[in-house]
Ligand binder design. Sequence first.
Ligand code: GRF
Length: 197
Amino acid sequence: MIDIAVLASGTGTNLAALLDLPEVREHICLVVSDRADAGALDLARRAGIPARVVQFGDFPDRRSFSLAVADAVEQAGAKGVVLAGFMRILSPEFCDRFPGRILNIHPSLLPRFPGARAVEAALEAGVEVTGVTVHFVDEQVDHGPVIRQEEVPVFPDDDADTLHQRIKTVEHRIYPEVVAQFVSGRLRLDGDRVVTA
Ligand code: GRF
């Protein structure tokens, strides 16, 4: 069994979906946000899970910020990290502390549309299909071995909000399933290979 820390900057709807699944919830030992006003922190507190704020501006550079987040994760006893809308790039040193044990969810079919504007970029590109990617994190942004992808249609009258909502409906279904596999030890990384039991 692998205890995890969830890192989130925003409203935390993915965190809420994770908390809804008991076999995941019981393994979340910390929620970390870089923003003191993140809805994710309230969700954690209401669930009785320790919540920490680590603010980027309190550190001289990305490396020391990332190491502070890593320290918080380790102090909580977490062995894995689940990114759920964490809007800060973590340094390579962070990845080194949790090798093969960091998961991310991204609102596109990677490698298409990495970055913070994935939903807008899909609309601007005029694609008819975008989607969701869950992947292990490596040292590049929105990059690493893919665990699961699912397509989401783009409709002609979509704006970023309607499309993101449709994408999130899929996220809320598949992320808890994948994280449940991970915390139970049924999902791991062997080199670059995703292994499921
Ligand atoms: C999600 O779309 C996720 O894919 C992306 O950030 C968003 C977080 O949304 N990485 P929420 O805070 O979980 O509602």
